[in-house]
Design a protein around this ligand. Structure first.
Ligand code: HEC
Length: 103
């Protein structure tokens, strides 16, 4: 019985972390988002306004996986690994399909 409980706990843990990214700092991410993304992404620009709730977690993953090169230019590639993770965490934590999407 004890073994079953332990494996259940481990399973739940693995299942819940398999999808989510973690380790980034969403508070720093918010600041970096304003600094690195908003200058292009604001009202009246070609890029248009952008907020975390514009995309689902899976969609954000596609942008932040730099190998996919989904974003025009080299913005994502030029960010340091740490900064990219922080921004990723921020948009991810407030994505459209979270409990608390943010516009
Ligand atoms: C140099 C200007 C620039 C910067 C900086 C920039 N972007 Fe963009 N972004 C664009 C342009 C241009 C597009 C393309 C808009 C289009 O094709 O309609 C775009 C498109 C996007 C899209 C797709 C929008 C959609 O409606 O589907 C996302 C998501 C995005 N950017 C996220 C980001 C994030 C996150 C950052 C900060 C890490 C960022 N961008 C920084 C210029 C920029």
């Amino acid at each position: 019985m004890k073994r079953v409980v332990v494996s259940l706990i481990i399973f739940t843990f693995v299942a819940s972390t398999a999808f989510a990214i973690s380790g980034g700092n969403p508070y720093k991410g918010r600041v970096l988002f304003k600094k690195s993304c908003v200058p292009c992404h604001k009202m009246g620009t070609e890029a248009g306004t952008l907020s975390p709730s514009d995309k689902t977690m899976a969609q954000w993953d596609r942008y932040f996986n730099v190998k996919k090169r989904k974003h025009p230019g080299s913005v994502f590639v030029d960010l340091s690994q740490k900064d990219r993770l922080d921004i990723w965490q921020f948009v991810y934590d407030f994505a459209a399909d979270t409990d608390h999407p943010q516009t």
